[in-house]
Write a protein that binds this ligand. Structure first.
Ligand code: NAP
Length: 309
């Protein structure tokens, strides 16, 4: 149940012989590492649905035709991962407001010949934060590192939609964070937080700026692509981490990332990206089947990727 199929198998109608029938897929390039088939297939079995979720290796040039081949091949929908989330938004017939604002679709629903796009990354993070820290994004002053990336943008838009207390967008290329600030500014135009700092601002990913802003932060989220390898540079210098912080790393390696290790040593509360992965998948299941996902079955089927040294 864990094979990778080429996009040509979908486009040429060669998947019809699979048992249970292939009805859902994750489309990506690369895709072999994807955790989604493991927990989505466990959910399908638990829900008594005669369907299989497969991995489809889809290169960028194949993506539009592969997406359009889903209805004819009898698929109910698909997940879309790196590097196709923006192309998915451009190629679906309609997308919900959050997917449009995030500039990305990670969940596609087949409705006759039409394709509907959704994005469950931000709502998945929202649920993960609630589960891990027993608190809602809307009550938090958030510092988001990696705000210029795809996951960072999705999380920033979710924070804006939740009207969180405060949002500091940190990015190595600060211009990207700055343009996101301009886009999100209307959501933060109120005097909800009375204090010495702006409710929404962009800063470069540099120690001096991090130090200043961490004093006005409750939750730090790492959405940079750093952290999978133990040899990656520190995302935040350990000396800046304090016990009052909550630190969420979207990376979902099995061992603690360097950031989470430093944060735990400083006495902060920590969580890694497995819970976001789980909840974005559970939300996709709920969108496809309009029924609650068997969350505990999916959680038990999660199989974290080992940390690379
Ligand atoms: P992406 O689009 O490539 O964005 C990468 C981000 O990291 C950019 O903001 C980039 O800054 C920053 N960055 C890269 N190298 C850096 C460095 N050396 N120092 C500082 N910043 C650096 O990647 P993505 O698709 O958003 O993914 C980001 C992370 O989110 C990945 O670790 C992924 O595993 C995780 N993720 C997790 C889940 C989940 O369910 N848990 C879901 C989605 C993504 P610049 O703009 O300056 O290049």
């Amino acid at each position: 149940m864990n094979n990778v199929f080429p996009a040509s198998d979908l486009i040429e109608g060669k998947l019809s012989a699979l048992t249970p029938p292939a009805r859902l897929a994750v489309m990506g390039d690369p895709v072999a590492h994807s955790q989604s088939p493991g927990f989505q297939n466990a959910a399908l079995v638990a829900a008594g649905l005669n369907a299989q979720y497969i991995k489809l290796h889809v290169r960028p040039e194949e993506f539009p035709s592969a997406l359009r081949a889903l209805p004819e091949a009898g698929f109910l929908g698909a997940n879309v991962t790196i590097p196709h989330k923006a192309a998915a938004l451009a190629n679906v017939d309609q997308a919900d407001d959050y997917a449009c604002r995030s500039g990305a679709v990670n969940t596609v629903v087949v409705d006759g010949e039409r394709l509907h796009g959704f994005n469950t990354d931000g709502p998945g993070l929202l649920r993960a934060v609630r589960e891990q820290f027993s608190v809602d994004l809307r009550d938090l002053r958030v510092m988001l590192l990696g705000a210029g990336g795809g996951a960072g943008r999705a999380i920033a838009v979710q924070c804006a939609m939740e009207n969180c207390e405060r949002l500091v967008l940190v990015n190595r290329t600060v211009e990207k964070a700055q343009s996101l600030v301009e886009e999100l500014a209307p959501s933060f135009r109120s005097d909800r937080l009375l204090g010495p700092v702006d409710r929404l601002q962009a800063i470069p990913h540099e120690e001096k700026f991090l130090r200043e802003q961490l004093a006005f932060t409750d939750l730090v989220i790492n959405a940079t692509s750093l952290g999978m390898k133990r040899s990656d540079p520190a995302i935040i210098p350990a000396s800046l981490l304090t016990p009052n912080l909550m630190v969420y790393d979207t990376v979902y390696a099995s061992g603690a990332s360097r950031l989470l290790e430093d944060a735990a040593n400083a006495g902060a509360r920590t969580a890694n990206g497995l819970s976001m992965l789980l909840h974005q998948g559970a939300l996709s299941f709920e969108i496809w089947f309009n029924q609650p996902a068997p969350l505990e079955v999916m959680r038990a089927a999660l199989n974290p990727v080992p940390t690379v040294s």
